[in-house]
Design a protein around this ligand. Structure first.
Ligand code: CMX
Length: 438
């Protein structure tokens, strides 16, 4: 067990609890905003009713993890020797506590993840019993759910646990899951796409390094994995995967139930699955080109064809962001450094030049700029991971870092079971008529 991280986390929880209690007790009736009919019908967009300190998404600036921008985060985290990239395990500690971990604290988590990363045989049996053409996200979610029998939270709850102890087994379950997710993903990948030939874990390697190793992809894919997991980790609480995980956990469902549900939300094409849709779109486009150069004019026409067919341009638009996603920028910088002349990256860049103008002219989307999913697939493709229906699983490993930290804190701060109120259409019509009269 990583004692240093857990002790620090407990200290932070004890410091934080009075802040939440005071807000509820002394300022509980302070208004944070009002809800309009458009918001009630339109997916609660912009309704401010969730609390998290793990990340914050500013519409113009983009994400900050525990107060730090993406470049600041990468800058301060302890780095893997011989790599310019941080340990994912150190980042986990950072998300949990808000403190940049020391190398000793980081290495303790590295060792804990190593000790816990092996997949139970029954999970392997379940995966193997599924039809091979099952989508990897379904397998991933199923594998997570299957492990629910190991939940310490469920066990301790059944034994009778005090509310202020909930965070502890939630943290333990989250750690167990986080250690196993890359192994689970690599197993699914090798079973589905690599002739069912598996690679044993390397006890010398950290999470990113071992993931690359078990996937069977050579360096610098270990750095790609580290970058990818950190970039996809958290995007505050309102996105579908984070909110679903939080919602399910609010019923005191354990981390396994909650994460599996969140992963199912991530599997939707308007959310995480958009990364595979981007690749699918590009491959269809290239097929139609039949060897022609993908000029700006041809890209523009293909984008219009997609819009005119009533479909979305995958990888573009966002519910909160109103500028280019800094996660897109970080991956673009990686491409400019490592694969500047790669034709698929050049195509992505041509789309980047053209799509915002097309979407603006189309006039529907509030944000014509690219999101994280527009750029991520091309990097995977370049390093040999061309099975694009696996891309959202990679997103899922990263997203787990954020959502599992969040539900640990949810239990630490005693957040209530979620239960917003619904109204009927007639009630909305009555409210609209009353507002008009007034
Ligand atoms: N292509 C075409 N139309 C788009 C669009 C896009 N990329 N983005 C938004 N629109 C449309 C919406 O479908 C909506 O149309 P209707 O009025 O007909 O319903 C209209 O523009 C207004 O939408 P919005 O307020 O700008 O965006 P939302 O908050 O409703 O939705 C998102 C956000 C991401 C679902 C949307 O931009 C989208 O569908 N993008 C493409 C899919 C995608 O890339 N998803 C990944 C997002 C990041 C992630 O979660 O991983």
């Amino acid at each position: 067990m990583s004692k240093l991280l857990k002790e620090k986390l407990f200290k932070k929880i004890q410091e934080h609890r009075p802040r939440t209690a005071k807000l509820v007790k002394e300022h509980g009736d302070v208004k944070l905003g009002e809800v309009t009919i458009a918001q009630a019908i339109g997916g609660a967009r912009g309704v401010r009713c969730l609390v998290t300190d793990i990340s914050y998404l500013d519409p113009m600036e983009g994400i900050r993890f525990r107060g730090r921008t993406i470049p600041e985060t990468f800058e301060v985290m302890p780095k893997v020797p011989g790599s310019g990239y941080p340990y994912v395990e150190g980042f986990w500690s950072y998300l949990m506590t808000g403190d940049v971990p020391t190398m000793a604290e980081t290495l303790e988590v590295v060792e804990e993840f190593k000790a816990k990363r092996e997949l139970p045989q029954y999970v392997i049996d379940i995966l193997r019993a599924m039809p091979r053409d099952t989508h990897p996200m379904t397998m991933f979610s199923q594998g997570i759910l299957a492990m629910q029998r190991e939940s310490l939270f469920a066990k301790r709850y059944a034994e009778g646990m005090k509310k202020d102890e909930y965070w502890d087994p939630m943290y333990e379950d989250s750690t167990n899951l986080m250690a196993k997710l890359p192994t689970l993903a690599a197993y699914i990948y090798r079973m589905k796409y690599k002739s069912d030939v598996h690679i044993p874990a390397d006890p010398k390697l950290d999470m990113g390094g071992n993931f690359a190793h078990q996937m069977g992809i050579a360096k610098p894919y270990d750095d790609v994995a580290r970058m990818y997991f950190i970039l996809h980790s958290d995007h505050e609480s309102g996105n579908v995967s984070a909110h679903t995980t939080h919602l399910v956990a609010s019923a005191l469902s354990d981390a396994y139930y909650s994460l599996s549900a969140g992963i199912n939300g991530l599997a939707g094409p308007l959310h995480g699955l958009a990364n595979q849709e981007v690749l699918r779109w590009m491959m269809n486009f290239q097929t139609k080109l039949g060897g022609q150069e993908p000029t700006e004019e041809l890209v523009k026409k293909a984008l219009w064809d997609t819009l005119n067919a009533g479909q979305v341009i995958p990888g573009y638009g966002h519910a909160v962001l109103r500028k280019t996603d800094p996660r897109y920028v970080a991956q673009r910088e990686f491409c400019l450094k490592n694969l500047p002349d790669y034709p698929l990256f050049k195509l992505i860049d041509t789309i980047f030049k053209v799509a915002p103008g097309v979407l603006t002219e189309h006039g529907k989307t509030k944000n014509p700029w690219p999101n994280v999913d527009a750029q991520s697939g091309v990097i995977q493709w370049y390093y040999g991971l061309t099975e694009w229906d696996f891309y959202t699983v990679l997103f899922g490993i990263g997203r787990a870092l954020g959502v599992l930290s969040n539900i640990t804190w949810d239990r630490a701060l005693g957040y209530a079971i979620e239960r917003p109120k619904s109204l009927t259409t007639k009630m909305l019509e009555d409210a609209a008529a009353a507002a008009k009269k007034a």
